[in-house]
Each structure stands twice: as C-alpha cells, then as structure tokens.
Design a binder for this molecule. Sequence first.
Ligand SMILES: Nc1ncnc2c1ncn2[C@@H]1O[C@H](COP(=O)(O)OP(=O)(O)O)[C@@H](O)[C@H]1O
Ligand SMILES: [Mg+2]
Length: 472
Amino acid sequence: MVRPAFLIALPALFALAVLAALHVLDAGYAFVAAVVVFAGAFVIARLALRDVATLRGYAEAVATAPEARLPRLALPGLLLPLAAAIRRIGRGARSPLAETQAAAPGRSVLDMLPDPLILLDGERRVVSANAAARELLGPSAVGRDLASVLRNPALLEAVEEVMNDRAAISEAEFAFHVPVERNFNARVARLGEGNPGQPALAVALYELTAIRRTEEMRTDFIANASHELRTPVSVLLGCVQTLRGSARDDPEAQAEFFGLMEGQALRMSRLVDDLLALSRIELNEHTPLEDDVDLAKLIGQVTETLAARAREMNMSIEVDIPADIPVIRGDKDDLIKVFQNLIDNAVKYGADGTPVTVRARLMHKDIPPAMAGVRTAVAVAVEDRGEGIPPEHVPRLTERFYRVDTARSRQLGGTGLGLAIVKHVLNRHRGALVIDSKVGRGSTFSVYLPLVAATPRALPAPSGGAENGEAD
Ligand SMILES: Nc1ncnc2c1ncn2[C@@H]1O[C@H](COP(=O)(O)OP(=O)(O)O)[C@@H](O)[C@H]1O
Ligand SMILES: [Mg+2]
C-alpha cells in the first residue's frame, strides 16, 4: 500500500522539495505539506485497490451469470468505465442457448429433446443429463462415473476412444435389458478440454427399439408366411409326382389325389386372400369411414352365409340385436370381415350341439379404456360354449399367425390371420376388441364401435337407469 501511495504522491513531493530547496517555502511547512500529501495519496491508493478487487469479483460473477449486478465503487470516476466494459463482455459472451433458456425460464431447451443427452467431464463423470437421460439413468446419475450408471462395454469403449483423442466422434450400439429390452445408438463427441466439473464429452443417445421391433416383425412375418405357403406347395408337388408315377393308371387313387390337391389349393388361396385383405386394411387404416352401417342387417347377412357350416356341426347361431341399435359410421366390407371371422371362429371352436350367440348393445358406460374419450359405443358380443382359451394365449391372439393349436387351426381351414384382420379393422374404426374366455366354458369376443362418427340423427338419447353412464 505504501508504494502505490508514494507513487501517487511523488510529483507533489518533488515540487515541495524543489520549493524548499529554493527557500521559497520554509522547510518545516514543506515537511508538514509533504506528510499531508502522502496521507491523501495513501487513502486514494487504498480505495482504488479495493475497487480493483471488487471488479475482479464482478468479472468472475459475470462469467457464470451475465445478469450479475454492478457493484458500488468507491472511486466510480476512475473505474466505472472498466466495470461497464466487463458487463458488455459478459453479455456478448452469452450463447444463443442461454438466450432461449432465459426466454423460457424453468424449462431447459435440452430437456425438451426427446432423446437422451449426457455431458461428461474429462474424468468420465456425468456433469449434466437432460430430462430424457435422467428418466433412463435415474435422477442420481449426475456426478457419478458413466461406467457406474451405464455399464456397457461398447459404449464405454466409444467414450474412451474420444477421450484419448483416437477419434473425434465415435458411435456404438447397445441394449438395456431391464425392465424391458431397449436398443440405443450412442454418438460420442468431444466438446472441450475437460477441466474438472466442465463438460468435455457429449453422449447423444437415439432409441432404436421401435425400428428393431419392426425389423423383427417383418422378418418373422416373412418367415411365417413362407412357412404357411411351403406346406401346401410340397403337398401339391408330392401329389403331382404320384399322379405321374404310381397312380398313373389308378383312377381311384387319382380321385383321392385330386381331392387332396383341391384342398391344398383352396388353403393357399385363403391364405393369399387373407394376406391381401390384411395389407389393404393396413394401407387404409387412416382413410375416413364413409358408409352408414346398419349392424342388424350386416350381421344378418354374415350369419346366413355361416348357417350351413353351423348346421353341419349341429350348432345354431342366435342373433339378439335390439331395434334401437343406431346406424354407425364404418366400412361395410371390412365390418363384414370382422363378424365373419368372429362368428366363424365361434362355430369352429364351439362345442358340437351348442348355440353361438351374437348380441348387440348400446353402451353408455363400461367402454374399454383403449377408447378413451368415447362416451357411447355399440358393443357386439359373439359368444360360444366351446373349449375356451387358456389365459396366457389371450393377449397374443391378434398377432398374425398366432394360434393356440396350429395343427387344429389348419385342419379346420384356418389361416391364423382372422383375428389380426379383426384388430386392424377395429383400429381403423377407433374401436376395440375385448376377449373374455374360460377354459372348458367358452369364449366371448366383444367388438366395441364408437358412435362419435355416426350420423347425428341416428343417435338416440340415452335412456335413464343403469344404462345411463353419461354422468360417470
Ligand atoms: N372362439 C374361439 N374359441 C377358442 N379359440 C379361439 C376362438 N377364436 C380364436 N381362437 C384361437 O385363436 C387363434 C387365432 O384365431 P384366428 O386369427 O381367427 O385364426 P384361425 O385361422 O386359426 O381361426 C385360433 O387358431 C384359435 O386358437
Ligand atoms: Mg379364424
């Protein structure tokens, strides 16, 4: 402190010494004046140095929070321009990201990204993680070594590669197995030098689960469809060879083989028809519904075509559709397929000599949760008294080619695609299928179709009593 004070006072002290030497000023007065000058310089130096310390603190504060308040200075005339310059530098250094963040306080821009993003420091510790990453890794991931929150060799190798400057960007694919399998692609890139606590690497994850699942479904589907076609084709080839060979001169055997060939050809034709129907329905899944459908009439047509088959098995189809069931908005041909498949299944898998019941009801409550927001629906239940379905199979019945008993389904002429078709048609109608089955007692397949898109005049006012679920 003495040296700066001395430097400030130096010109005045020099002048006083000259005046005293020339005897212009008495030496005693000159000494007193010098002491006063030095004391003043000491005070000024002290204040100036304190202001400099204050500004140093201010500069550090601006580096992290550009909005930091300008501190009060003892000598504003001297150092205020410097303070203003520090503030300008602080504001200028603010990133566009920080600007956006300031515009949407409380919500980080990175948190709005659907994909997980993790920032690591030079020691592989998680410095920050956006909302998607926190959801994946758990809220306590920040501050921990990446290896302890995401223990995957491929990912850690990619991080290591970038950390040791063996690559600028590195990618890895890995899977999480708990609680369900999820696949990710990770892209690791260097951000900075990696001072402790500062982001050095960015790890951006991209979820591949849905893509992988679609790929798997596609290959499974092709494998299943080819397998379904291969069996009748090999039977046909076998028949042709026999007809050309050993059965050439045996009219009885020929008749038998022609019958077999016809059966296999019909099976292939049904399979191709169902495959085409499924692909057409999927293609149209988002096109608007244009027909006003009278369900009583439509179900009547379907039961007529299936009555002969039911009679063969000593079964009957009983239809109970009240007259007040409204006309619904739908696709006539597709709905015919729905009821054809369900009633056909009920006849096929129902017990000999028992009836199949088709019952329609207007519903104002107990509508399946999958049809959220729908307040009125028509429910058509197809009930059989057959062997029923073990519960572990029920959730998978609408998958393509899924059957409880494949051999039996084939023997009964089934393709394994009927319920998949039903599901897709109902998706297009924003409806739902509910399966209720008891082994040894029978099954009920209930179709729910919403009334929201029906012609308004066709919608009757809800009747009172237990049926009126509007208030629920
Ligand atoms: N009413 C039913 N009773 C018992 N099982 C049924 C019934 N409906 C369907 N299933 C089971 O669901 C499977 C799939 O049905 P679906 O897709 O219509 O194929 P399929 O061509 O075999 O009839 C059937 O193979 C059968 O195992
Ligand atoms: Mg079927």
